[in-house]
Write a protein that binds this ligand. Sequence first.
Ligand code: PEP
Ligand code: MG
Length: 324
Amino acid sequence: AQERYASIRDTPCTSADGVRVTLTMNAGLMADLPSLESSGAEGVGLFRTELQFLIRNKMPKRTELAQLYARVLDAAQGKRVVFRTLDIGSDKVLPYMKPQDEPNPALGWRAIRVALDRPGVMRMQLQALFRAANGRPLSIMFPFIAQYQEFSQAREEVDKVLAREKRLGHAIPETLEVGTMLETPSLAFASRKFFEEVEFISIGGNDLKQFFFAADRENERVRRRYDMLNLSFLTFLEGIVARCAESGTRLSFCGEDAGRPIEALCLAAIGIHSLSMRPASIGPVKSLLLRTRLDEVKAVIDEARARGDQSVREAVMQYLRDTG
Ligand code: PEP
Ligand code: MG
């Protein structure tokens, strides 16, 4: 199988009925970057910047971060890298931050909530990103935005830091895109204004599924209890696809499920044409997408819905057995 994946590494991912699906990889450390070449990923759809903060015993300095981000961009050789600003709290606790005693950390003071209340670290990180880009294109994404106002506040921080960089005479990115993760169901129902202002959205399926089903992603007893291919969840995702289509917003999916071939197939079939996953998943996902018609998978999903199936998994697997 490894050889088969190597042989399709440079083949663009187009489904059997001609739909182009962009496959990118998730990363977080410099050590992940060589996979960009070997996996055939078209870019880094999610760079989890918190990993750099989690592996140290003190807060990294701006210059260190700028050097690191510059090396990431160098290694990407012009491929798009989406840097997600610090996503800490909940399951990601910094050893040098005062631990918060929270009854429900997953629902607590985390990610963008921390960044907006204590903007110092995000400002430092944004500066480091601008300096790393040093005139190259830059993509920034916020974690855990739950409502429009959090996005607009965070966006304002970006603009302020950018203006300051200009005043100081530093190079500014050639182009700057600012997007957000969609990880809380609330954001799917935000105003049209939000969808028009945000430049791209990436669905964080790990958190989104956890909040959709009210099932802790860290709890072994419940974390696999609900299928991502559950029709309630797929129908919810279809609503997000429709809203993004309405406003012309670029949409991708970067949770772990994007790396599972059947899940990836269904995500593409409902109209999510950009998927970000661990590098090792790109071969298997591409291999299935190349030989499968998305229009037929979509029809299988719609039939399953009409029948009242709970999940489309069985029907899609049956379809693949019948056609494969
Ligand atoms: C997610 O929630 O799906 C996601 C990609 O972010 P993380 O797994 O880092 O929370
Ligand atoms: Mg998340």
